[in-house]
Design a protein around this ligand. Structure first.
Ligand code: SF4
Length: 306
């Protein structure tokens, strides 16, 4: 392992200032970053430990939503009764990911910023533009069953691995950040992740030293919520594909539907959302409408080589 400096931040301002330095990184649960450091895929010169910052609360908002602090553990978020009752698909998505031990350590902010599980990203003997910009992409002609098929580029076909982010996207979450100069931003989660393009190593719109402080959930949408995940084994596996669905039914007819997919793209992939004319859930009209909207937001759809 490469030597690095360690600093335990006592307040948000100093944490952001320290993390803005070259090759510095925030660390909280460390469930992904420490693994990457052991493999020398990540080699930060400085780690800024933010675990003592007061960002570990889940709070009600005035409009009936929730603000989930960036340091709330995945286990705590999934167990919170307000989350379970009002945002059940978020609790389901969290519990569909990792193991109990990992969920106890992993944080809300870290979960959304975890790196891809593309096998070639973790294999330092293989070319990978995300790990070493300009080196190539071994996944293009390699084993890429778990990689992305939507929004990919010729430089990277990695999929985003987070289940939580899929649920957050379905729920229209907003990521609240603090920058080193003290300014704050509210970033809709569907604007957080950058498409790979020519720079797959730059994965989000966050600036150096910009800290996720919390995630804001608007009031729960009408309808039934559900999260389903297809994976190669029942426990502790990343999604081949997952879906977060919110279906608002009027008797036997669908009034509105939100569908968000995981495992398919560099970000949780959400077809353009629109209210549907009421129709039975399984009608041909419904299927045609779903196909149309699913094709309406493909940045650069391409099937990866199989
Ligand atoms: Fe690297 Fe992306 Fe190619 Fe995987 S798909 S090898 S992460 S460049």
């Amino acid at each position: 392992m490469n030597p690095f400096r360690y600093e335990r931040a006592s307040d948000v301002a100093s944490a952001c200032a320290s993390a803005a330095r070259p090759a510095a990184k925030f660390i909280a649960g460390g469930t992904n970053l420490v693994d990457l450091m052991k493999l020398q895929i990540e080699a930060p010169a400085q780690l800024v430990d933010i675990t003592r910052l007061p960002l570990d609360r889940i709070e009600e908002t005035a409009d009936g939503g929730l603000r989930i602090g960036a340091l709330v553990s995945n286990s705590a978020a999934a167990a919170d009764m307000r989350v379970r009752r009002r945002y059940p698909l978020l609790a389901q998505a969290i519990l569909a990911g990792a193991s109990t031990q990992l969920r106890n350590k992993a944080t809300t902010g870290g979960n959304m910023l975890q790196r891809t599980r593309c096998p070639y990203f973790y294999d330092t003997t293989k070319p990978c533009n995300k790990r070493v910009p300009g080196s190539g992409c071994a996944a293009l002609e390699g084993f890429n069953r778990m990689n992305a098929v939507l929004g990919v580029s010729d430089n990277c076909i990695a999929a985003h691995p987070s289940d939580m982010a899929v649920a957050m996207t379905a729920l229209d979450a907003v990521v609240e950040t603090i920058a080193p100069n003290g300014s704050t931003r509210a970033i809709p989660i569907d604007e957080l992740y950058r498409p790979p393009g020519d720079t797959p190593h730059i994965e989000t719109v966050l600036e150096p030293g910009e800290l996720i402080g919390s995630v804001l959930l608007p009031p729960p949408p009408a309808g039934r919520q559900i999260y389903r995940k297809v994976r190669d084994r029942a426990s502790f596996a990343f999604a081949l594909v997952s879906v977060a669905a919110i279906l608002d039914l009027d008797g036997g007819r669908v009034r509105a539907a939100r569908i968000t997919f995981g495992g398919l793209s560099y970000e949780p992939w959400q077809p353009a959302r629109r209210s549907m004319p009421p129709a039975p859930p399984h009608s041909k009209t419904r299927a045609a409408t779903a196909t149309t909207i699913s094709r309406s937001r493909l940045p650069a759809a391409r099937c990866a080589p199989r």
